[in-house]
Design a protein around this ligand. Structure first.
Ligand code: HEM
Length: 465
């Protein structure tokens, strides 16, 4: 398609472009962290694991969050509102988010921490994130013409955005002495907020996937259907109560553990539905196999299934006691954030960035996607096996030395890092061509509009003379 990026549709896409750049940075930090797993002392004095881990995790978390903001704002325009309510709020929101990420990077590089796990940066930076999120909420609500008879994805976006704000604020309650005075209560609130926060960004992401499916298939039947709303309520229920499995090893009230287990098991309903609709999805796959964005959704679906099976196993308290604090937890988190979040969001990014611009080379993108999926599977299995070996060591009554455990997991950590390099190659084969084709289209159309503006100006001046 010709370069016809107009100003209204182009700005929200800048969130996606910024997020893709963050993804590239995150991959580099991940590889450095991986090398530090297998080469003790690697870059210890320049960029120690203490700094690399938060740099990697924050890059990846903000890749997901910032990309989702861009996806929602862009899809909202296509939903029918045509333009976002306030271009000024959009700009302010992007500047605040980028400023927050920049400050976070500077503080990690300088070794300044002060936050908690996953948000290790100095807490004052969170003010920029909160402010930008409030602007996002205002812009989304104000862009909607009406709330009546809206499809399920609008409810999912609104729910996810509100819950993210709520849980983000909740994750900072430890700053208040009333909450941090009592260790068990403090940890309960902390893990509750993290669990629900992931649920809230997943809610935004699943809503966006439904929008994309509607867009690809050209029908809005599913997003208005009863089953879509039923699954939305099940997702909401899980978002609010499915955090308890983080607390199995915390000596809190037993009812918290019982509720956690019961709620986790309701996810079996989602699993059951996936297996039931598997045949249908095969027919759809056949129908839309030429659509690249659809392929991303399909792989995302496979990873939802794999992650759900692992998560359900980890939700069984007797198993959770073993898996806690091992590589299995890391495997679960990375399996979900790469297999589900990254693939689904890349599918949406691909759809949006090629909407008004030429598609990059399809063969390279498909090869990258296949390579990334095979590598991710090896990456994931390696972490799970390493985790099982570590769990066996932790529970061994003979108390074998730590070095013996490290020796037994080393081959699996090496295969994790090698797979990490291949995974990075696969992801870069998708991201770099996509960025290149979008940015050249963006600058060409801007240059073109600038030239035609100058030509008009010259014409006007000549006629005045
Ligand atoms: C899109 C790609 C990726 C995403 C979204 C991602 C995400 C994450 C997340 C969320 C964590 C925190 C896990 C936890 O605390 O449970 C993590 C940790 C980590 N990741 Fe990644 N990751 C990606 C790619 C990679 C790659 C390619 C490597 C290279 C080997 C890598 C190496 C690591 C390492 C070493 C850790 C630290 C684990 C620890 O604390 O022991 N990641 N990653």
């Amino acid at each position: 398609m010709a370069a016809s990026n107009n100003k209204n549709t182009a700005f929200p896409k800048l969130f996606i472009v910024s997020a893709l750049l963050l993804l590239c940075c995150g991959l580099v930090f991940g590889l450095i962290g991986g090398l530090q797993y297998i080469i003790p002392g690697f870059w210890r004095n320049t960029l120690s694991f203490e700094k690399v881990r938060p740099l990697h995790v924050s890059s990846m978390v903000f890749w997901i969050i910032i990309a989702l903001v861009g996806v929602v704002l862009s899809f909202l325009q296509q939903h029918g509102t045509r333009r976002n309510y306030s271009p000024f709020l959009l700009r302010a929101q992007l500047i605040l988010l980028c400023l927050a990420v920049l400050l976070i990077f500077i503080s990690y590089f300088r070794g300044l921490f002060g936050g908690r796990e996953y948000w290790e940066f100095p807490p004052y930076i969170s003010i920029f994130i909160i402010a930008s999120w409030i602007l996002f909420l205002v812009n989304v609500i104000a862009s909607l013409i009406t709330i009546k008879k809206q499809p399920v994805y609008i409810w999912m976006w609104l729910t996810g955005i509100c819950f993210f704000l709520f849980t983000f604020l909740e994750s900072y309650l430890w700053l208040i002495p009333y909450f941090n005075r009592h260790l068990v209560n403090d940890m309960t609130v902390q893990w509750k907020s993290y669990g629900s926060m992931v649920g809230s960004w997943n809610m935004i992401m699943y809503g966006s996937s439904i929008f994309l499916m509607d867009k690809i298939s050209g029908s809005k039947t599913y997003s208005h259907s009863r089953i879509a709303f039923l699954l939305y309520f099940l997702g909401l229920f899980n978002l609010m109560f499915n955090w308890g499995h983080h607390l199995y090893t915390v000596p809190t009230h037993p009812y918290v553990h019982y509720i956690a287990y019961a709620v986790s098991m309701t996810e079996l309903l989602i699993l059951g539905r996936m297996i039931l609709t598997w045949r249908q999805s095969l027919t759809a796959a056949q129908k839309f196999r030429h659509n690249i964005a659809y392929r991303f959704l399909l792989f995302g679906d496979v990873w939802i299934l794999l992650t759900l099976v692992l998560a359900l196993a980890m939700s069984i308290p007797a198993i959770n006691v073993y898996t806690h604090g091992t590589y299995i937890t890391v495997g679960h988190t990375m399996g979900a954030t790469i297999g589900i979040n990254t693939f689904l969001i890349l599918g949406m990014a691909y759809n949006l960035l090629t909407d008004e611009c030429r598609e990059p080379n399809r063969k390279i993108i498909i090869a990258g996607l296949n390579l990334a999926n095979i590598a991710l599977f090896v990456f994931w299995i390696s972490l799970i096996v390493a985790g099982v070996l570590k769990a066996a060591w932790q529970m061994n009554p003979e108390r074998l030395p730590y070095a013996a455990m490290l020796d037994s997991v080393k081959p699996w950590l090496i295969s994790f890092v090698v797979a990490g390099f291949v995974l990075t190659t696969g992801l870069l084969m998708i991201v770099l061509p996509l960025l290149k084709s979008y940015l050249s289209c963006y600058f060409t159309s801007h240059l073109f509009s600038l030239r035609s503006l100058n030509a008009k100006k010259q014409k006007r001046e000549l006629s005045l003379e």
